[in-house]
Each structure stands twice: as structure tokens, then as C-alpha cells.
Design a protein around this ligand. Structure first.
Ligand SMILES: *[C@@H]1O[C@H](CO)[C@@H](O)[C@H](O)[C@H]1NC(C)=O
Ligand SMILES: *[C@@H]1O[C@H](CO)[C@@H](O)[C@H](O)[C@H]1NC(C)=O
Ligand SMILES: [Zn+2]
Length: 281
């Protein structure tokens, strides 16, 4: 299988990259690099977004793609082990605790996310926004030598797609904030670095966020994995991007702008602008 070969060799290259770095990376950075490869499927839009024709991107500005009553019912695949399930539950609790989005175990709702224990070579992927019916959030389970999607940060990233968010570097204004090294990206993968106009997405008046859990990492989709593909614009070229720990403060602000009603009426509503387009230049 072609994809097996690609994934296998990409993992080997990532390990080589790590061993050739002058500074010994933290263990979690090594893991992040390996796991990030699972978010770079060649057959999926931007590597981990399902259900989108490469030329027809439906924007989440569309109210029909947002979740009704801010409620996202979920089912966790019974095939996860107890410890894998626990990681997924922490990711769900993190989103649920820090935003207005209400994640609830599905009872009879027709639209819900099914968090699937993905097999080898399925990667990590999700749809963007509410599709209608049962929609899969796929998290490849750990297999020795392959990396895994079972980390809190990756699970938060994929569930955040399902809640209604694209990648941070898809923003209309991203060229003011990041540089893209097109020469190090295969021509057939360059579409992953497209951005969108304001008819498709909104950033709710929030600033560009290098710390977003939805931002690509510096080496994502690289041909030569020792060389960056995306990085902050001078003087931010060394600013870390691609963190997979969890929602950043700006991620939270944007999620609450999309879903503005606080869950608990005694909680003070976050002060965020809604749908205010940023000035462009
Ligand atoms: C999310 O929060 C709501 C209200 O704060 C709570 O009722 C619900 O059980 C929480 N869900 C999860 C999965 O933590
Ligand atoms: C979410 O909130 C619950 C209840 O307050 C708490 O027990 C739990 O540790 C929190 N989890 C996360 C990941 O924030
Ligand atoms: Zn993604």
C-alpha cells in the first residue's frame, strides 16, 4: 500500500531529524514531531480535515455548521482501552471546562461526534463544524513505531475542528504573521497552506495566535524534514508554533465568540467581539 510506505518512511525521517538536531529536544517534542505526521494525510484536506472537496471549502461562518444550542453530543468508541479513553475524556473536559461549548454524552441526538479508535495508517482527522448525523473524529491508537493521536492536545485539536474551526494559518491575514517555505513543500501538498477570504472564515477580531492548538508546526508537510515549511515572520521566526497541549487563551476566546452564551448564568460572559472583521491591508 502506497500510504503505508509514505507514512513509514516519513516516521524514519522524523527520527533522523531529531537525532541530527544540535540541541537535545525534550521527549515531548520528539513525540510531537512523530505524532504530527499523523495529521498530514495526503488524501485529506490540510492533512487532517475530512469531507471537504479540495476546491470547495465550506466556511464555518455558515450558521448551519455550528452546533445547535452550543451543545456537542459525543460518543467515545468502546474500542479504546481504558487509558486511551481517559486521555480523550481529559481533552473533552478541557474544552467543556474552559469554554461555553457543552459537551455531553449522546443520548438520542441525531447529530453527534463519534470519537473513533483509528487503526494504523488512518491518522488523526475530523470534519469542520457540524455535518449532521454521526460524524467521525478519528484518533489513531498507538502502535509501536507509528506515533499516536491519543494525546490531550491532538484530541483537543481534532474536536476543535468538529466544533467549527479551521487551522490558524488559514486566516486571511496570515501572510502578515507567517512565512511559508513553498520550495520545501511538494507541489501536490501546497494546497494545505492555502488561506481563506473573509467570506469563509472569521477570526472574531482576535489577533493572530502562534500559540493556537490549531496552528501547523514548523516542519509540517516538509520534503526535507530538517528544513522548516512555516514559521513566524521576522522577528518571530523562532517563536514556537504547533503546540499540542490544549486550547490557548485566544482559542478559548474565539470558541466563546462562536458560542457566546455562558453555560452557567452566574459566570461572567467573556468579553469578546463577535464577527467583527479585522481591518485588512
Ligand atoms: C460539561 O459541563 C457541564 C456544565 O458545566 C456538565 O454538566 C457536563 O457534565 C460537562 N461534561 C463533561 C464531559 O465534562
Ligand atoms: C474539569 O472540571 C471538573 C469539575 O470542576 C474537574 O474535576 C476536572 O479536573 C476538570 N478537568 C479539566 C481537564 O480541566
Ligand atoms: Zn487539523
Amino acid at each position: 500500500m502506497a500510504r503505508f510506505g509514505v507514512l513509514c518512511c516519513a516516521v524514519v525521517l522524523a527520527v533522523q531529524l531529531v537525532s541530527s538536531l544540535p540541541v537535545i529536544p525534550r521527549a515531548d517534542e520528539v513525540e510531537d514531531a512523530k505524532n504530527a505526521l499523523l495529521m498530514q494525510r495526503e488524501d485529506l484536506f490540510q492533512g487532517d480535515i475530512a469531507g471537504i472537496d479540495m476546491d470547495n471549502r465550506n466556511g464555518i461562518l455558515s450558521p448551519t455548521k455550528r452546533w445547535t444550542n452550543q451543545k456537542v453530543p459525543y460518543v467515545i468508541d468502546p474500542k479504546f482501552t481504558a487509558s486511551q479513553r481517559a486521555v480523550v475524556e481529559v481533552a473533552i473536559a478541557q474544552i467543556n471546562n474552559s469554554t461555553n461549548v457543552l459537551l455531553v454524552l449522546r443520548t438520542t441526538e441525531t447529530s453527534y461526534i463519534f470519537i473513533q479508535a483509528g487503526a494504523v495508517n488512518t491518522g488523526c482527522y475530523s470534519y469542520v463544524g457540524r455535518v449532521g448525523g454521526r460524524q467521525i473524529v478519528n484518533l489513531q491508537v498507538p502502535v509501536p513505531g507509528y506515533g499516536t493521536c491519543i494525546t490531550v492536545g491532538i484530541a483537543v485539536h481534532e474536536i476543535t475542528h468538529a466544533i467549527g474551526f479551521y487551522h490558524e494559518q488559514s486566516r486571511t491575514d496570515r501572510d502578515n504573521h507567517v512565512e511559508i517555505n513553498w520550495n520545501n513543500i511538494n507541489p501536490n501538498q501546497r494546497h494545505n497552506f492555502n488561506n481563506y477570504d473573509e467570506k469563509t472564515i472569521t477570526h472574531f477580531g482576535q489577533p493572530y495566535d502562534y500559540d493556537s492548538v490549531m496552528h501547523y508546526g514548523k516542519y509540517d508537510f516538509a520534503i526535507d524534514r530538517n528544513v522548516w515549511t512555516i514559521r513566524g515572520k521576522e522577528p518571530y521566526e523562532d517563536t514556537p508554533i504547533g503546540q499540542r497541549r490544549g486550547l490557548s487563551p485566544i482559542d478559548i476566546a474565539k470558541m466563546n465568540a462562536m458560542y457566546p452564551i455562558p453555560k452557567n448564568p452566574t459566570t461572567v460572559a467573556p468579553t469578546v467581539q463577535t464577527d467583527a472583521p479585522e481591518p485588512t491591508n
